[in-house]
Design a protein. Structure first.
Length: 76
């Protein structure tokens, strides 16, 4: 279940406290403590291909767009 689906359903059940507690008990995604999905890009929010070296916290797509602005040079 995706996060957006999860939030939409919680909005629909907001007036039914009994049903919302049961839903949360079994269907709310767990908070991740480690792994690939815990690191997200600061700029776009992607979780894959994450560069955290030098405190960048960017995905590779955003890094390529901003590399020159950040002070990185392309070596051939």
């Amino acid at each position: 279940m995706t996060t957006s689906t999860h939030k939409k359903l919680l909005n629909q059940l907001s007036n039914k406290p009994g049903k919302i507690e049961k839903y949360k008990k079994y269907n709310v995604p767990k908070k991740r403590k480690h792994g690939e999905k815990t690191h997200t890009c600061r700029r776009c929010g992607r979780t894959g291909a994450h560069i955290s070296k030098y405190g960048l916290k960017l995905c590779r797509h955003c890094f390529r767009e901003n590399a020159i602005v950040l002070g990185f040079k392309k070596y051939r």
